[in-house]
Design a binder for this molecule. Structure first.
Ligand code: SAM
Length: 272
């Protein structure tokens, strides 16, 4: 790809230029002819041609129209590759990732400014995914692998932890990109579990319990849950006693299993 045009900061364009890192990511992503792969933000194609060589099917979503057009031209004779010229935050991922193709692998060097939003969107289609290999800001990756009651533990940690084994593969220093970002990055892998780590009942309720519990980090769990949508018409004391959880604790001290217990109880109640 011609590098005549300067990378766009607004689109988080820090392109990978280190050949060793590129090859390592491809190895970690473990793509074969039976795999359907989604690459978000292929950019100048640092990873794309190697993915295309290996995958049975590849969908690219790129928001930079010039780069999307370049990929379309490049792969015009390759029926296994399709290009979507769009904002990944706006596309309907259920349409992009049809179940008929089997489980999908996602590979992306994500633009840092939207990485958390992209993660939330991917969590919603977790049932269509077998793995994700994502370049994230190192700090964001640390948060995803954090344990309860540490400052990094948050909504995405719990939600992703329910469906995936999360692992930091390696750190990628700023010099591996053009232009260089200010911070370290990390390649994180997410391997879909055969079954969720805990039974949560209704997933919308589970998401609401977690978002509420982390909404005011200095407040007690009981205070956070008081104003939550999932606890409307619920006797909080009864809920907390039934789940054997002290409402004076802060939300961020709860384990995934404890969140699941709250969610299961509320899900059962919502059916009555
Ligand atoms: N994959 C390439 C690489 O590793 O060199 C590029 C990675 S660069 C960090 C992020 C890419 O995501 C850019 O190509 C950028 O144009 C694209 N991008 C930014 N925002 C996007 C969005 N909302 N939807 C889809 N692609 C986006």
């Amino acid at each position: 790809m011609s590098s005549a045009r300067r990378p766009l900061k607004s689109l988080g364009q820090n392109f990978l230029v280190d050949r060793n890192v590129i090859d390592k990511i491809i190895r970690v992503a473990d793509i074969g002819p039976d795999d359907a792969v989604l690459e978000i933000g292929p950019g100048r194609g640092a990873l794309t041609s190697q993915i295309a060589e290996r995958a049975g099917r590849l969908v690219l979503i790129e928001f930079d129209h010039a780069l999307a057009a370049w990929h379309r031209e490049m792969f015009k004779d390759n029926q296994r590759v399709s290009v979507i010229d769009a904002d990944v935050l706006k596309v309907d991922l259920e349409t992009v990732l049809p179940l008929s193709a089997g489980k999908w692998k996602v590979v992306a060097n994500l633009p840092y400014n939207i990485s958390t939003e992209v993660l939330f969107r991917l969590i919603k289609v977790h049932d269509r995914l077998s793995s994700m290999t994502l370049m994230l800001q190192k700090e964001v990756g640390d948060r995803l692998a954090a344990a309860p009651d540490c400052s990094d533990y948050g909504v995405t940690t719990v939600l992703l932890g329910l469906w995936f084994d999360i692992h930091r593969e390696f750190i990628v220093p700023p010099g591996c990109f053009h232009p260089c970002p200010k911070v370290d990055s990390a390649i994180m892998t997410f391997s879909a579990l055969a079954a969720p780590r805990a039974v949560v009942g209704n997933e919308d309720i589970f998401r609401n319990v977690i978002k509420s519990a982390f909404s005011m980090r200095r407040k007690t769990l009981a205070n956070c849950l008081k104003s939550a949508e999932c606890t409307i018409n619920t006797d909080l004391a009864e809920l907390l006693a039934a789940c054997d959880i002290d409402g004076r604790r802060r939300g961020e001290t709860l384990s995934l299993e404890e969140f699941a217990r709250l969610s299961r109880w509320l899900s059962e109640r919502s059916k009555q």
